[in-house]
Design a protein around this ligand. Structure first.
Ligand SMILES: [Zn+2]
Ligand SMILES: [Zn+2]
Length: 360
């Protein structure tokens, strides 16, 4: 026993006892890198030494106009992976030094929605989100440690492991939409999520994935990341180009990834008769979509609006990443240090990067 305690001494001290950096979104447009003392984890909790955090469209939205779920000042960043620096009482599955990847949320398991298998709607999932990935250290809550945290496979880079959260959203959407290998799928929006959908659909063996988006650079990235075809959404003949897909029937499935009402309307208008639409991108508050009831009924459309993810989606996303054949890391096309976080948001704001890895 004495050997063990001696061996643990230096390991326990891996955590910085003094000061560490934590990015805080003070108000929209104002980020601060603050000096904080990392907390000791409570029962069931883990203190993570962040190895990588990823930028996300949701972060950019919050940076630009605030976020209803993140009262400011708020610790910033929710896609992360790292190494366990300290464990709280009762944590059995992880120990100091383990490489860990986790989703930033986890459901309670006992509420109305959890009881119906709709854990994505659990109030706890949103209320107790782990925020603060742009930092040296991050405290992972007991609920996440218990349900949505995993040992990072040795061969998986930290930055790819940090894709667990966005990939879980994508997996959840695909579980609802059930794309078939013989189908033609149209993705509206060539941002990080649109291209993550594209890469996963191609890996699943979907015959044709078409990306409609804006900007030469983005469309070029779409092609490089596996889109069978790209359509310039600002072109004069977009409607005709889309209608000509699938032997003139139009796309079987349309996945809307812009989070703008115009994109939602476009998705509804372009899907083939009998097809499915996935409204993946959430729109600004107080916006509305007008639906042509004749088309909805007589064209037998299915409209789906997946939100967030369930533990089974996180598990599946973990398995996809662990299998390592998707090469999803290719979506990360910039790297910056924590001290350069301001620059990261300038890049995102200009649309000059898909996903940026922030390495403390
Ligand atoms: Zn995200
Ligand atoms: Zn619940």
């Amino acid at each position: 026993m004495s050997d063990l305690s001696v061996a643990q001494g230096p390991v326990q001290n891996r955590r910085a006892e003094q000061s560490a950096r934590q990015a805080v979104l003070v108000e929209p447009g104002r980020l601060e890198l603050r000096q904080v003392v990392p907390p000791h984890p409570g029962p069931g909790e883990i203190l993570l030494k962040v190895e990588c955090a990823l930028s996300c469209g949701t972060d950019l939205k919050a940076f630009r106009r605030g976020h209803p779920m993140w009262p400011m000042p708020a610790p910033f960043g929710h896609e992360f992976a790292g190494v366990v620096a300290e464990v709280g009482e009762g944590v059995a599955d992880f120990k100091v030094g383990d490489a860990l990847m986790a989703a930033p949320t986890a459901p309670c398991g006992v509420c109305f929605y959890c009881g119906r298998g709709q854990e994505n709607l659990c109030a706890q999932a949103m209320r107790q989100m782990v925020l603060g990935g742009y930092a040296d250290y991050l405290l992972i809550g007991a609920h996440v440690v218990a349900r949505n945290a995993f040992h990072k496979p040795a061969g998986l880079p930290f930055e790819e492991a940090a894709l667990l959260e966005p990939l879980s959203c994508v997996v959840h959407a695909h579980e609802m939409a059930r794309p078939e290998s013989f189908e033609t799928v149209l993705i509206i929006g060539a941002g990080a999520f649109g291209l993550l959908h594209t890469m996963v659909l191609k890996a699943l063996g979907v015959r044709e994935v078409v990306v409609a988006g804006r900007g030469t650079q983005r469309l070029q990235w779409a092609g490089e990341l596996g889109a069978d075809r790209v359509i310039d959404a600002r072109g004069a003949a977009v409607a005709q180009e889309i209608a000509a897909l699938n032997g003139g029937h139009g796309p079987d499935l349309v996945i809307e990834c812009t989070g703008q009402v115009a994109g939602w309307a476009e998705a509804f208008a372009r899907v083939r008769r009998g097809g499915r639409v996935v409204f993946f991108g959430g729109c600004p508050v107080d916006t509305a979509l007008s639906v042509d009831t004749r088309r909805m009924h007589y064209d037998n459309l299915t409209l789906l609006a997946p939100f967030h993810f369930r533990p089974r989606d996180v598990r599946k996303a973990f398995e996809l990443l662990g299998a390592g054949r998707l090469g999803l890391g290719r979506i990360i096309n910039a790297r910056r240090s924590l001290a350069q976080l301001h620059e990261v948001f300038e890049l995102l704001d200009r649309g000059a990067v898909l996903k940026c890895a922030v390495i403390p």
